[in-house]
Write a protein of this length. Sequence first.
Length: 121
Amino acid sequence: MDDETITVNNVEYVRADKVSEKASLLDGLEYVIIRTKSAGVFSGYLKSKEGSEVKLLKARRLYQWYGSATLSQFAQVGTSKPSKCKFPVEVDSITLLGVIEIITVTAMAKNTIDEVPIWKA
């Protein structure tokens, strides 16, 4: 158990103040999770948005994640099982088309994303 969670009757609970604290900014850019129509899900710093086109910096594809029931929950609390997730290497920049969802990420969730080892096929 860490200082951000507590387990009661085999149910893990997250501190309320950790769920609402946003991830730190990079040169004023917000850290977000992006869902696209056909390219999948990504996390990174939101550089620009024009229509359904988004440019992310320091981005990772979130190929497969565990420990959160939905993507919205994942953006709030992250993963409780970083070793089971499959996130490839971070890229400096990516432009995504067909963006259908942008979710702000908390500091807690970003920390768990950073803990996921680089997945190699």
